[in-house]
Write a protein of this length. Structure first.
Length: 451
């Protein structure tokens, strides 16, 4: 059994049966049977059912949001957005079902066409930091492309996934087409990765686990999408609107208590603007409201678990200089908003993914130095560039090695644009106009017209 704790109180809220390898094997068999009928259905019928699923989710946004607050400690505002994002992804993907077009390619002696066919059964291993939306990033387009989906949620956050599976049946999706398999990574996760009946794995999580999954998929030449870690830069040039940059910086790394692969945890500030930027940033950090995630006024909630709290603490000795906000005392996995200064650029906190509400500030001299610092990491997921110079913004955007960049903004994820990382931040892309094709095979058919 998996025990689910409320991270804000440390109280148990549910126990959930953990899937075994036999459970996974049975689920794959059910999924394969359901997928054959689903793929054979008329595209308009599949699209209609996915839109109905979206409508049912919309009717339960508040319920799903409250579950997310309880199991993940997300602020209620964030949780409502996450439930709404599931709805929007289903709607967006449904719009692609009837537009999953192949091509007609000019050839001599006949007609050549390509056909996009579903893979079959897709395994999705979702993380605990954004349980609903990241699960939907893969589930919605995979279903739309004609596949069945087996979703393994994180051990700490299975409740919203289980409820979504119930809502899918309520919406009329076939039995077995979308199943949720709560369980541990070493048992249920490994069984899903290694099962020969699973055609593709989509994994979001740590780089270390992603590498292990990649190695195990290699034996079967199994298709794979990985969204892994990040250590994203927030580059502030001296010519930027410093007031706007400083005001936006706190939530660029404190959203979801810093448990975000896109968090801008390396704040790079041009030396000539450093003092003024820090003057503006200090009150912005100190004023962040940390507390009960169910309170509408709360901006930051707890960390997910005791283990995560201990990990974050290990990166922040009490004697390090910087800015520290406030956090509740007593039960719950609380850590205050923290900005560290005076560190070397190769300090562990400056180069490793902390996955908590902690950022470092590093000064740079000029544009070349900013790019050098921004790229001084094994990751390449996201980042921000603050400047009023359009030419500099374009040069820096081309030079920073990351899959998702924002200029004068910290926005990284939109369901209608592609998302994914460079280097050890991942493999492949999710979301955007090509999301459905990532769950298809391309078949080429030549028809001779020779007499």
């Amino acid at each position: 059994m998996l025990q689910v704790l409320n991270p804000a109180t440390e109280e148990p809220v549910a126990t959930v049966p953990a899937a075994t390898p036999a459970d996974v094997d049975a689920a794959v068999a059910r999924a394969a049977a359901a997928q054959r009928g689903w793929a054979a259905a008329a595209p308009a019928d599949r699209a209609r059912l996915l839109r109905r699923f979206a409508a049912v989710v919309d009717d339960h946004v508040e319920e799903l949001a409250r579950l997310e607050v309880t199991e993940a400690g997300h602020t209620i505002g964030n949780a409502r957005w996450e439930a709404g994002n599931v709805r929007d992804l289903l709607d967006f993907s449904a719009g692609g079902v009837e537009r999953l077009n192949g091509r007609q390619i000019p050839v001599a002696g006949g007609l050549d066409v390509t056909i996009l066919e579903p893979l079959g059964v897709v395994g999705v291993i979702a993380p605990w930091n954004f349980p609903m939306p990241i699960a939907a990033w893969a589930t919605a387009p995979a279903l739309a492309a004609g596949n069945a989906v087996l979703l393994k949620p994180a051990e700490t956050t299975p409740l919203t996934a289980l409820r979504l599976a119930e809502l899918a049946l309520e919406a009329g999706l076939p039995e077995g087409l979308f199943q949720v398999l709560p369980g541990t990574g070493p048992v249920a996760g490994n069984a899903l990765v290694e099962h020969p009946g699973v055609a593709k794995i989509v994994f979001t999580g740590s780089t270390g686990v992603g590498k292990s999954i990649m190695a195990r998929c290699a034996g079967q030449v199994k298709r794979l999408t990985l969204e892994l870690g990040g250590k994203s830069p927030n580059i502030v040039f001296a010519d930027a609107d410093l007031e706007a940059a400083a005001a936006a910086t706190p939530m660029s790394f404190l959203d979801n208590s810093g448990q975000d692969c896109c968090a801008r945890t390396r704040i790079l500030v041009q030396r000539s603007a450093y003092d003024r930027f820090m003057e503006l940033l200090t009150p912005a950090i100190e004023e962040i409201v940390v507390g009960d995630p169910a309170d509408e006024r709360t901006q930051m909630g707890p960390l997910i678990s005791r283990a995560q709290l201990d990990r974050v603490r290990s990166y922040v000795p009490d004697d390090l200089p910087g800015i520290r906000g406030k956090a509740p005392e007593g039960p719950g996995f609380w850590f205050p908003p923290t900005v560290l200064t005076g560190l070397s650029e190769d300090a562990p906190c400056a180069v490793e993914e902390v996955f908590g509400p902690v950022a470092v500030v590093l000064p740079f001299e000029d544009e070349a130095d900013a790019i050098r610092l921004a790229n001084a990491t094994e990751y390449g997921l996201s980042g921000s560039i603050w400047t009023r110079d359009v030419g500099r913004a374009l040069r820096a955007s081309r030079a920073v090695r990351a899959g998702n960049l924002s200029v004068n903004s910290h926005s990284s994820v939109r369901y209608w644009t592609p998302f994914g990382g460079y280097q050890q931040s991942g493999l492949g892309r999710e979301l955007g106009p090509d999301a459905l094709t990532a769950f298809t095979e391309t078949k080429n058919v030549f028809i001779s017209t020779e007499a």
